[in-house]
Ligand binder design. Sequence first.
Ligand SMILES: [Zn+2]
Length: 134
Amino acid sequence: MTPPDTLRPVFTKTFPPAMDAGVLYISIPYRTCSHLCCCGCGHEIVTPLSPAQWSLTYDGENVSLTPSIGNWSLPCQSHYWIRASRVRWSRRYTPAEIDQNQERDRRLLAAHDREEQRPRRRASLRRYFRFWRP
Ligand SMILES: [Zn+2]
């Protein structure tokens, strides 16, 4: 399979059992995106949307995900950004960097979970994907 260099956004409620390569499936109801690993290995990559995880930007045509996608737990260990629907490859991390990264992700998620219990003091600092309904 040729690895895709672009991802086409598809808004859906649930993800299909067999996903197509080169598609970024976006579920607003479940606040999650999914796609097949851009290296072509065929693994499904799930990126939950939350202030502590990924944020999605959609300009009506193209999508971007922030931060980058590091598939450290996969054999391919691929690392890339999705910027304006294009796959931008990033360098591989060393095992030490991967540890650091995973540790930081855990801290962010734990901090976010704690914050959910409290009033939304920092809400204005967060980046939300706004879903516009006619
Ligand atoms: Zn891969």
